[in-house]
Design a protein around this ligand. Sequence first.
Ligand code: NAD
Length: 481
Amino acid sequence: MKTITTKDAIKTITTHYIDRAFVESHGRETMDIISPTSGKLIGRVTLADVEDTRRAIAAAKGAFADFSRSAKEERAKILRRLHEAASARIDDLTATMVEEYGGVVQFAGLIVQTGVNAFVAAEKALNELPLTRSWGKTTVTLEPVGVAGLITAWNANTLFICLKLASAVAAGCTVVIKPSELSSLQTQVLVEALHEANLPKGLLNVVTGLGNVVGAELVGNPDVAKISFTGSVAVGETIMRDGAKTMKRVTLELGGKSPTILLDDAALDQAIPSALVMAFMNSGQACAAGTRLLVPKNRLDAVKQGIRDAIHAFPVGDPADPKTAIGPMVSQKQYDRVQSYIRKGIEEGAEVLVGGEGHPAGFEAGYFMKPTVFVNVKNDMTIAREEIFGPVLCVIAYDSEDEAIRIANDSQYGLHAAVLGTDLQRARRVASQIRAGRVVINTMTDDPQAPWGGFKYSGIGREYGRYGIEAFLETRAILES
Ligand code: NAD
């Protein structure tokens, strides 16, 4: 099914997905979709209003009565159908992420695949999760929490939608999704795909609109029991505050300023490329990006030289080119924001080792920027404390292992961290002292059953595997006399 029309080379979306149908938007406001690669207009989306959102919530509420009582087997079957349906459009989903967001194809492919796999991962987790426990005359069951509002960020929209939807369905919840308005084309392709799964009516509803309209309605509406949100700390705070009035359950997946601790026994020829991959993944627009590289003082010169050599393996270019490592920033606003941090870093006395302000030569159109590495960074500088969300790496020197751990933990964030070193026992010892929701040793790796989420300002709650499903469940005890 095709719901994106093309007129004068502009892609147009005018519908939302409510009660298993693509329905014309009640909201009339439109938003232009600009290509980050060229800066040119490529599409236009009609944004939902409060009325569209309420219709979607009503559909989800209607469907909850039946779906909340579904058996595990039925939910498992639905997850398999969702997996099949999304799998059929992997190439389109990847191409749209490259076109609309400027994600580099080598990473966009991975993101989309991880999203599609979330449905089978949730099925496995559901099968392994006991939903009933009983002893004596007491029975405890895990019940779906209610209608869930799923709100996503733009940097991996397909992954976030699939992940949240998979966990919610496994738990027996019905959903209203508010995707990032910057991901309208990507969302529409995904919804077209998921429509083919022929889900029960009202289980899946998707309304594209602005955060302060559609998102705010989801957060304030008493018929929505749970908000699962991926985005910034600022909006996360709003959701907690405004959601309190209707006692919303919340999962908040927020920002990060993740440390990569390079231990003094690390093999630099492997550790430096790994550190740069972690810093520059998704063109630096990644919540988990390892943006603070902690280096022992006695190896600082060797690390600087290693970075100068290794940076050539991270070319800026057309995101559709498989050789490109760094694509454009998502928008002019994001480009300006990242540039302002580079200026701030220079003003505060950090030294640019590679990169710097402005567009790379030959990439003046679009929102391309130079991957930038700062040295002589102190952990109290703005560039070491605030999330930049672009390809900007801060190298911070340390004297001892204890100091490295102290600096790593000296952050308001605690989402992700990496430890690089050859002595595994030692690397594990360091990893166990990091206050972050996930720590990887030596390479960026993933496990679809391992929890994802943050300590401190990086958020509340966990996603993935059984942890993700539990976030959509309530516990009920029935006691007989
Ligand atoms: P954002 O907070 O600006 O927007 C996220 C979503 O919230 C969008 O859909 C937006 O429309 C919506 N929104 C805005 N105002 C709202 C309101 N008042 N009520 C309800 N919803 C509202 O974030 P962004 O710029 O899209 O994404 C970047 C941020 O997301 C970064 O901070 C990044 O670290 C974070 N992020 C976190 C994770 C994670 O897993 N922890 C993953 C990716 C991105």
